[in-house]
Design a protein around this ligand. Structure first.
Ligand code: HEM
Length: 487
């Protein structure tokens, strides 16, 4: 309670509406960061105290210890959206479920997906060509379909057509719905967090429209996963070679610790976790390119000078391309803030001491079991002490500086960014997302010129709804750009 923090405007909502429903993401959060430093207290629902953390030592501690489990908000959303027993929501079983999946996301496995990414990039080019005939177009759903197509082929060996129209339209609804959280939804979510999980699961069976189609989407992905597993088994039994992606490989390696049912249980997670996260990062990146035409031209020149080899190493050795991707991941981390719950008492170490409301300097914070603590990814990545006085500006050249972009110690193995988190629960698909983005960007920036639309109502802003989303002033999820062919 002695950790300082902003005043709460409401007993019911605490600071939650400011944190999660501000018009522009970070409107309040980044100001709180400046005022109170890298650990501060905010109010959750009904007067509860919560801790917002972007201190390096505290983040490392939270990511690498078992003391912290998924918090009420992310936990609820994940339990509702994904099949039971998937790698993300399972706590005690995490290692058992996650280890076999790692095989599909190693550096070598991801390199083998290059032809998939290139094929999908070609389809994106055709869709962007359609936009050029109207000059202005919404790029957000195009990236959403492309990232879904890439993961579907890599994981299941299927195309978007194979998923079927019903799955595609339900997936689109699900993604659009997530972008439009309301205060009522947040309150229902908070109330659900207070009741035991089995009763909560029952409550989610109430036949209201959002619950109905979330369950339908889960059911369909499970069916799709089961069908791929069955087809792959049949083919193997008949000595036939079929492409069933990662699932085909996993089917050959099932056993007492990882069954076919376990594989199928990962389908909704694998299809969804990498879709909007990657698509929205790309969307925000392209908006920044449209804002900064000079950098866009330099990047295009680098792409034209470097490409053609189809080799992952070639993509990794393009300085502007990789600086641009890192900066998009720094400024627009899909999971900008995520709640965790202390599963046992803990003591959070701090790399930068803080001053309490009593004027005392402290270097660690005791946490009681049951305390909600936020991993403040976006705040860690906007801290001026770490990234310099221009931390709030999109500036890819910070990554080209000698000595690197970061002052001091970082939190993760990729560019010291927290965007993919770290520790045993580091994003399963981080290498997948990086190579996919490298290939899509090279294809599109190499061929098209991007600029912002003249009409204000078509310019997207960044809003938070579990992940960072591009939305128009009317609240609709979309991101329009003017697009012209250059080659
Ligand atoms: C730019 C793109 C992406 C970002 C920023 C991102 C970010 C994250 C973050 C922050 C987490 C940890 C969440 C938490 O513990 O609360 C996570 C987990 C996960 N991500 Fe990603 N992700 C991206 C792309 C992908 C892709 C392409 C895939 C799959 C193809 C994927 C699959 C997963 C899975 C399965 C988990 C759960 C891992 C576990 O709990 O062991 N992600 N991601």
């Amino acid at each position: 309670r002695e950790v300082r923090g902003p005043a709460s405007p409401s007993w019911i909502f605490g600071n939650m509406l400011q944190l999660t429903l501000s018009q522009h993401y970070g409107e309040y959060e980044f100001e709180w960061l400046k005022k109170y430093g890298s650990v501060y207290r905010i109010k959750g629902f009904f007067g509860e105290d919560r801790l917002m953390v972007s201190d390096t030592a505290a983040l490392q501690y939270m990511l690498n210890r078992e003391h912290f489990v998924l918090g009420p908000s992310f936990g609820n959303a994940a339990r509702l959206t994904y099949n039971n027993r998937n790698a993300f929501i399972t706590e005690r079983d995490h290692k058992r479920v996650r280890t076999p999946l790692n095989a599909g996301f190693t550096a070598a496995a991801v390199r083998s997906y290059i032809p998939i990414f290139e094929r999908v990039a070609q389809i994106l080019t055709e869709k962007f060509d359609d936009i050029t005939s109207h000059s202005v177009g919404d790029i957000s759903p195009l990236f959403g379909q492309a990232t879904l197509a890439a993961v579907t082929e890599a994981v299941l060996g299927l195309t978007l057509n194979d998923l079927g129209d019903e799955y595609i339209s339900t997936n689109l609804k699900l993604i659009t719905m997530t972008a439009n959280q309301s205060a009522t939804q947040l309150l229902v979510d908070a109330l659900l967090g207070w009741i035991p999980v089995p009763i909560r699961d029952l409550a989610s069976r109430i036949p209201v429209e959002p619950f109905k189609f979330i369950h339908r989407a889960k059911y369909m992905s499970n069916e799709i996963g089961m069908k791929v597993i069955q087809n792959s088994k049949n083919a193997k039994n008949r000595g036939l070679e079929v492409n069933s992606g990662l699932y085909g490989d996993l089917v050959g390696n099932t056993g007492p610790t990882f069954s076919e049912r376990d594989i199928a249980d990962q389908t909704s997670l694998l299809l969804l976790a990498g879709q909007d996260t990657t698509a929205n990062t790309l969307t925000f990146g392209f908006i920044e390119l449209a804002r900064n035409v000079e950098f866009q031209e330099q990047l295009r020149a680098e792409i034209h000078a470097s490409l053609g080899s189809g080799d992952a190493k070639a993509y990794d050795s393009m300085p502007l391309l990789n600086a641009f991707i890192k900066e998009a991941l720094r400024m627009y981390p899909a999971v900008a803030v995520s709640d965790r719950l202390a599963a046992e008492d803990a003591v959070l170490p701090l790399s930068e001491p803080i001053i309490t409301s009593q004027g005392t300097q402290i270097t660690e914070i005791p946490i009681l079991k049951g305390q909600v603590v936020y991993l403040g990814t976006a705040q860690y990545q906007r801290s001026e002490s770490r990234w310099g006085p221009d931390a709030n500006e999109f500036n890819p050249s910070r990554w080209l500086k000698e000595g690197g972009a970061l002052n001091g110690e970082g939190v993760s193995s990729y560019a010291n960014l927290l965007t993919f988190f770290g520790g045993s629960r580091i994003c399963l698909g981080w290498r997948f997302a990086l190579l996919e983005m490298q290939i899509f960007i090279c294809e599109l920036v190499g061929k098209f010129h991007f600029s912002l639309p003249d009409e204000d109502h078509l310019n997207a802003r960044c809003r938070y709804a579990f992940t960072l989303q591009p939305v128009l002033p009317d609240g609709k999820k979309a991101a329009f750009l003017q697009i012209k062919r250059v080659v």
